[in-house]
Design a protein around this ligand. Structure first.
Ligand code: SF4
Length: 232
């Protein structure tokens, strides 16, 4: 029996569509499984429901780190960023560590920031950018499940390139202030929307909300161009 396998929903090469590195060619490794369900994000939950909902589990494949590396070796000539997303990738942060050690370019981990990472035992994570998409009340999750201040502070102190990325459809400034209190990292807000129509409905409000509060605006390029399509 093979050990140290990771449940992988998809691996693909695309353009990062959100946050600080928006527009950058990137290899995406999407792990399967999440510790949240976010029922507030549409009737299927989040926009990567196929990497969260257990009824899609039979579509996930078990990969070793060596097999993951082989999957994207053909793209390395472009010097892409590596984006590890999900689901919730930090559930597997120990198993993912050899990949973090091996990849020489910029790495982003897209996370809900609820898992406490041992940066002393796994120091290479200090060079990683954590895109902390801490869930707000519009996710439909309970506060105590979606906000782990110790985990957020731990990432903020150790991985200095990290940033916050919030999904917004109304004025949630108080919630953002509660989560980011005392942490000096850039705050991005992006419109809630699993479809182009929903995204556009919320975009203008989020644009104005960012201007008013000094936050950075992030669009969601892949939803505008491809909607819910996978592997893009
Ligand atoms: S935390 Fe992210 S991946 Fe997990 S259910 Fe919520 S939106 Fe989906």
């Amino acid at each position: 029996m093979r050990e140290n396998l990771l449940p992988i929903s998809e691996i693909f090469y695309s353009i990062q569509g959100e946050g600080k590195y928006s527009g950058t060619p990137s290899i995406f490794v999407r792990v399967g499984g999440c510790n949240l369900t976010c029922p507030g994000f549409g009737n299927k939950g989040c926009d990567s429901y196929y990497a969260v909902d257990k009824s899609y589990k039979n579509e996930w494949k078990n990969f070793s780190i060596e097999e993951i590396k082989k999957e994207f070796s053909k793209y390395l000539k472009f010097n892409p960023h590596l984006v590890i997303t999900g689901g919730e990738p930090t559930l597997y942060y120990e198993k993912l560590y050899p990949l973090i050690e091996w990849f020489s370019g910029e790495i982003t981990i897209e996370t809900n920031a609820t898992i406490f990472i041992d940066f002393e035992k796994y120091p290479k994570y200090k060079d990683v950018t954590f895109a902390m998409s801490v869930k707000l009340s519009n996710s439909g999750e309970e506060y105590k499940k979606r906000v782990n201040k110790k985990a957020i502070l731990n990432i903020s102190k150790n991985a200095k390139k990290s940033f916050f990325k919030f999904v917004i459809d109304k004025d949630l400034k108080k919630e953002i202030e509660d989560i980011t209190e005392g942490i000096n990292l850039e705050i991005y807000c992006m419109p809630l929307g699993a479809s182009k129509e929903e995204l556009e409905k919320n975009a203008k409000f989020v644009f104005d909300f960012c201007l008013k509060n000094g936050y950075s605006y992030s669009d969601r390029i892949h939803i505008r161009l491809f909607g819910k399509k996978k592997g893009v």
